[in-house]
Design a protein around this ligand. Sequence first.
Ligand code: ATP
Ligand code: MG
Length: 332
Amino acid sequence: MNAPHLLTGDRPTGRLHLGHYFGSLQSRVTLQNTHHSFILIADVQALTDHFHHPEKVSENVLEVLKDNLAVGLSPEKCTFVLQSQVPEIAELTVFFSNLVTLGRLQQNPTVRHEIRQKQALFGESVTYGFLGYPISQAADITAFQAEVVPVGEDQLPIIEQTRELVRSFNRYYGEVLREPRALLAEHPRIRGLDGQQKMGKSLGNAIHLADPEADTRQKIMQAITDPQKARKNDPGRPEVCTVYTYHRLFQPEHLGTVYQECSTGSRGCVQCKQELAFCVNQHLAPIREVRQELQHQDAQLSEMLLDHTEQARVTSKATLQAVRKGMRLLFK
Ligand code: ATP
Ligand code: MG
């Protein structure tokens, strides 16, 4: 297949959520028709901040795969890749590590932000592995010669660092690697239920695709709204309200009405949240149904994932041959 290569993926640190759905999964579903799509389950990267809980990572590998399949990714169209089973990625990570300085890694705004968030884990001193995860992510992308990387906004600095690494590699060792570009979705940063941070698996502020209806409703009913709207008929400020940002996703055609009713005080937060919960549950129902069917197919899904990973290695092995040749390394 001569289609352009695409790589994207998820860390198996928990179930996928609405941030993934609007920030990445929807564009994966469209792009699988035009791109040779590698969907990476990044278990090695997940260990950079879950090294003390390997069971959490392994438990979530198939869950993440199921979420991807449930939203409409097809095993006939995409290649699913289990990162730990691709030794070429680890090898390329080592080669790349010569081409980036500690200062550059420490400046990466996403990594800086995540280190602050993980203060309880890392304390005053972060591990070499976590600080260096942008290098291994660059290896994920380039090992599969991906041109396009659909990501959420938080990943832009990581893709920028990949581009720098590729330019640097090609300058020293010849034009071996392809420089990728990030592709942002229409909604590249979905806010979490806390109203502060991005929705994230590790942040306890997510609506997961697989959450039961009642849990979804309960989470929405507890979401932060405009703190100045204390009573039902107080005029609200939709522009600061998290629930309003979700209406934008689930019923864009009614957004004007929601805005007008909220800001004039004719819409109370309880009614507004009930309406949203209904829309979200309606939208997620078919996804949950497929997911339910996949729930008892772990053996087949593991086999499929490992088969796909072997197919994907045809590409990563070819890349590494070219890399070793460019680097003048002796190999068979
Ligand atoms: P973790 O907390 O373990 O880092 P996560 O929720 O950030 O998990 P990842 O697996 O790191 O999820 O991200 C997978 C992809 O989903 C990335 O491209 C990321 O940019 C995108 N993504 C994650 N959260 C959001 C969000 N809230 N809005 C938009 N895109 C998102
Ligand atoms: Mg993340």
